[in-house]
Design a protein around this ligand. Structure first.
Ligand code: ISE
Length: 332
């Protein structure tokens, strides 16, 4: 069986997913590449040999020749287009974040539950990254003892989509919120946010967050969307008996001319290519088996709940409680 896929959004991520599916993932036909910019859709479609291009995402989702949808449109379109997929009863892999508002996430969860079938996977691909998986397995084996802390940092060369309001917390940090919650197996209870330069710092300034979990663990996260020197994501899990670092995100460690230095990628794609590959394969497998994989709409909601609390913490300078609705049985 081959799955006829529509990719909505032909920008950085849509183009990359299209290339991955075309070159490395069997069992998929690229049916439609859809983008508001027809020339951009055409350029990606030609590169990967997709059958059609479109510029109306809702029509592309409803198209009877489309079996499943990958949403890689800009963030504000994620939830509305995911709702359109649910309305059309089409499985969807939606790039993170599901939304920047918990209200919208709840609407997606309610629509999915009304459909009575799990249709939504969120693109928190780090859950498939071999380095995070290795540390999670180590933790599960008991070798590190109980998890106490997770230190994370996430640095981009420059804002990937231009500087937008609260983007470090709402666009970049959700990866950290999700992967640390998944790693520790515990929900957040509070968040504090600091920024060098305080309230008057520009939107491009780094943010530093401290979170507490229901299990009593601490998570600290630096997000710097303007770090200039390279794409650099690191993490260290500290347990009672030892600690584990993520593998370094470098392309090469170079010894040359009496110097030693690391070569960084410009953005996240080289560092996480294997995670995207495994995520997309797992999604396809889940379509065949009917057993959901990866992050659910509930996980998307949880990440957005922390981001919302984080934005409030940054604005008020206070520690803010992270509030959740109770987890619906549908997402047990
Ligand atoms: C971008 O949207 C991503 O998803 C990347 O993984 C992340 O590193 C980057 O900060 C985001 O802007």
């Amino acid at each position: 069986m081959t799955v006829r896929l529509a990719i909505i959004g032909a920008g950085i991520m849509g183009g990359d997913h299209a290339r991955l599916f075309a070159a490395e993932i069997p069992g998929v036909t690229l049916q439609t590449i859809c983008d508001a910019d027809a020339a951009r859709a055409r350029a990606v479609a030609d590169k990967v040999g997709a059958r059609h291009v479109a510029s109306d995402p809702e029509a592309a989702i409803r198209d009877g020749n489309v079996d499943a949808v990958l949403i890689a449109a800009p963030d504000p379109f994620h939830a509305p287009l995911t709702l359109a997929c649910i309305a059309a009863a089409k499985p969807v892999l939606c790039e993170k974040p599901l939304s920047q508002s918990t209200r919208e996430c709840l609407a997606v969860m309610e629509a999915e539950e009304r459909r009575g079938k799990r249709l939504v996977q969120i693109g928190f691909m780090r859950r498939f990254d071999p380095s995070y998986v290795e540390i999670k397995n180590l933790l599960a084996s008991g070798a590190l003892g109980k998890a106490l802390m997770f230190h994370c940092f996430h640095r981009n060369v420059a804002p990937a989509y231009g500087v937008q309001d609260s983007m470090a917390i709402c666009n970049s940090a959700p990866h950290e919120f999700d992967v640390a919650r998944w790693m520790l197996g515990s929900d957040y209870t509070s968040i504090s946010v600091f920024r060098p330069g305080g309230a008057n710092a520009p939107q491009s300034a780094p943010v530093f967050m401290v979170l507490e979990t229901a299990g009593g663990q601490l998570v600290d996260i630096e997000v710097n969307i303007s770090a200039a020197y390279g794409y650099d994501v690191r993490g260290e899990l500290v347990g009672e008996k030892g600690s584990a670092f993520l593998r370094a995100p470098v392309l090469a460690d170079v010894n040359l001319g009496l110097k030693s230095y690391s070569v960084y990628p410009e953005d996240w794609r080289p560092r996480f290519v294997e995670a995207y590959r495994r995520q997309n394969l797992a999604w396809l497998k889940s379509l065949a088996s009917g057993v959901p994989a990866g992050a659910s709409a509930w996980d998307g909601y949880c990440a957005t709940a922390v981001a919302e609390a984080g934005v409030a913490a940054l604005r008020t300078g206070k520690t803010v409680a992270v509030e959740h609705v109770a987890r619906p049985g549908f997402y047990a």
